[in-house]
Design a binder for this molecule. Structure first.
Ligand SMILES: Cc1ncc(C[n+]2csc(CCOP(=O)(O)OP(=O)(O)O)c2C)c(N)n1
Length: 641
């Protein structure tokens, strides 16, 4: 096994081309074996094996800086930088993260994992290295290399950075990893023309002839060979990517076979000598080496471990399924309903909608900001747009939701899937800000279903309103409750106590609070439990809460400036208005911290939001004991063994 002898990128340097081919096969086998056990981004990583090898052979990481856009495709990079053993616990507590992570390795620089940021980081780092006289060609020997997928290149930030890089002529190498897909096939004209280029036999063969010819001309040399020299541009003008990049001031080289290590090495070596921004366009095959991932357009981007259900067991309906089904039904009755996604049709439950209503379905690329304002335009024009995003990615579109939708009071329905603690993907993917952000938007109504059964009533209400609305739900199922649902904009009283304590619980946390009451036995007779359902909160619920001695709010979003803080301020204003005493209040929610990857339920337990943690918190409140200050869960350092 060659892979076992690779502890640092330097170990790659002496390998022959046969060794590299063998190593590529071993890496693929390793990734398939690991990821099908732990879950993770399979297809993307299988596609970049040779690309990562070539990068690490040409560039000298960490002296040279490799920036992986999004970062879900950095498993091979992790393998080559001493983290082989961490894969046993990929995305698990104590194991390595599914994205680059600075605490894991000096070879990792960024860890945001929201797409389309690497070119901006590259610009900034290149400026900083130049300032310190460390940048190649500017007094030093360091290079900045950003690796960006064709999917991530559909995000606005990437274009902003390209424009700025081209204009400032800031030196960096941009590797465009083009596999024609993001989750689903990439939605962009640029991507289509990249594909045309990839398939254009005349172009590729003419270019090859020209290159061979150029190579034979003395002095024009290697630069011309890889296409940096303008001689080949006559051919390249025939197709658009070259024109696209070069019009922005960014040189273009390619396309290059992304599974041919030698060809990529030649291209990278030459690109590294270019004193300005340069795109090296490599063509890769997503999922290469694993037939199910190559042929699967959607699912094997992110490999999920199959759920462990017995055959005859009924699989409970998830929130996302309830949403998809209801949306389809409502869309059949109202042809103004349209759905938008930012390259996440599958994960946000829109595949059936896309199939049934292709003209009313819009995949806008990884472009949440544009998605939101496009929806505003559709609403303005009389449609009823439903914007589907993960809660974490909504943060990208906050300004648009606030000023393009909110200010104009447009009836856009926003669906935030994966709200709350999400787990495996780590700090960048928790959906803990959506309520705090949406509550800052005047006119906005937020629905938080306590169970999938609530989704139908809430989506129907949201679509009947003439103002902006959001419906937020988690991926994981709630613990079973009383099976009842509320209606309209009303809160639902789940149980009635003796006036000692009123618990106002939001979304899935209602079911945890309900389970906490069961754990408290007789003590639960002192507790009134509300399923808040809608924010801003139902005024009748607020009045009733004021009749209790104590109020505790529970949410799986940030406890700072979120739903609880909002409800407490409503209680305070109302108490003042009525001249009534203000109850003792406590806000339970997610602490102000970046929570590491872990199983969602275990993370919830660590921050005291599981039934046992809530039961203890309710008891402390009833006994007027001080709030228990919980130490923040600290992720142990990854174990290498
Ligand atoms: C802002 C944002 N929206 C959505 C996502 C979810 N997401 C993760 S990877 C991915 C596809 C990326 O496609 P591409 O850059 O082409 O990489 P590939 O997996 O094809 O190699 C998407 C949409 C994200 N990470 N960030």
């Amino acid at each position: 096994m060659i892979l076992q002898s690779i502890e640092t990128p330097a170990d790659l340097k002496g390998l022959s081309s046969d060794d590299l081919e063998t190593l590529s096969g071993e890496i693929r086998e390793f990734i398939i074996n690991s990821v099908t056990k732990t879950g993770g981004h399979l297809g993307s990583n299988l596609g970049v094996v040779e690309l990562t090898l070539a990068l690490h052979r040409v560039f000298d990481s960490p002296n040279d800086i490799l920036l992986w856009d999004t970062g879900h495709q950095a498993y091979v990079h992790k393998l080559l930088t001493g983290r082989r053993y961490g894969f046993k616990q990929l995305r698990q507590r104590g194991g390595i993260s599914g994205y680059p992570n600075r605490s894991e390795s000096e070879h990792d620089w960024i860890e945001s994992s929201h797409a389309s940021t690497a070119l901006s980081y590259a610009h900034g780092l290149s400026v900083a290295l130049q300032h310190r006289h460390e940048l190649a060609g500017h007094g030093g020997n360091r290079h900045v290399v950003a690796i960006v997928g064709d999917g991530s290149l559909t995000g606005g930030m990437a274009y902003e950075a390209l424009n700025n890089l081209g204009h400032s002529e800031q030196r960096c190498v941009i590797v465009l990893n083009d596999n024609g897909r993001s989750y689903a096939p990439t939605i962009s004209k640029l991507s289509e023309s990249l594909t045309t280029l990839r398939l254009n036999r005349t172009y590729v063969s003419t270019r090859e002839r020209l290159r061979q010819w150029l190579r034979r001309i003395p002095l024009v040399g290697r630069l011309a060979y890889v296409g940096v020299h303008g001689v080949t541009s006559v051919v390249r003008e025939l197709v658009t990517p070259h024109t696209f990049f070069e019009n922005l001031g960014v040189r273009y080289v390619g396309p290059i076979d992304g599974h041919n290590i030698a060809a990529m090495e030649t291209a990278f070596e030459s690109a590294a000598t270019w004193d300005g921004p340069i795109v090296v366009h490599v063509l890769t095959e997503k999922g290469r080496g694993y037939a199910p991932a190559v042929s699967d357009n959607l699912k094997l981007h992110d490999y999920k471990i199959p759920a462990n259900y017995e055959d005859d067991e009924v699989v409970p309906t998830s929130y996302a399924e309830a949403f998809s089904k209801t949306l389809l039904e409502l869309a059949e009755q109202d042809d103004r309903i349209v759905a938008l996604t930012a390259a996440m049709a599958g994960p946000t439950g829109l595949l059936q909608f896309q199939q049934k209503f292709p003209d009313r379905f819009f995949d806008v690329g990884i472009a949440e900001q544009h998605e939101m304002t496009a929806a505003a335009g559709m609403a303005m024009g009389g449609l009823r747009p439903v914007v589907c995003v993960y809660s974490t990615f909504f943060a990208r579109a906050f300004d648009q939701a606030n000023l393009d939708v909110g200010l104009l009071n447009l009836p856009v329905v926003m669906i935030f899937d994966r709200a709350g603690i999400t787990g495996d993907d780590g700090p960048s993917h928790h959906g803990i800000l959506d309520m705090a952000l949406c509550l800052a938007i005047p006119n906005m109504t937020i629905f938080a279903p306590s169970s999938p059964d609530e989704v139908r009533a809430m989506l129907t209400t949201a679509l009947s309103m003439t103002t902006p609305t959001a419906l937020r739900f988690p991926k994981t199922l709630p613990t079973p409750m009383d099976g009842l649902v509320g209606s309209g904009l009303k809160a639902r009283q789940v149980s009635r106590g003796d006036g000692s304590l009123c618990v106002l619980a939001v979304g899935k946390m209602t079911s945890h609070a309900y389970a906490a009451l069961q754990l408290l036995g007789d003590e639960s007779t002192k507790i009134t439990l509300y399923d808040v359902r809608v924010l801003p909160p139902d005024p009748l619920m607020i009045d009733d809460a004021l009749s209790h001695d104590r109020v505790v709010t529970v949410e799986d979003g940030t406890r700072h400036g979120g739903a609880g803080a909002f409800m407490v301020s409503c209680l305070r204003s109302r108490a003042q208005e009525l001249g009534r005493p203000f109850p003792v209040t406590r806000i339970l929610g997610v602490p102000r911290a970046y929570l590491e990857h872990h199983k969602p339920d275990e993370l919830l337990a660590e921050i005291g939001l599981d039934p046992a943690g809530l039961a203890a918190a309710f008891r402390r409140s009833l006994n007027d004991e001080p709030e228990f200050v919980r130490p923040l869960p600290e992720a142990p350092r990854p174990i290498y063994y």
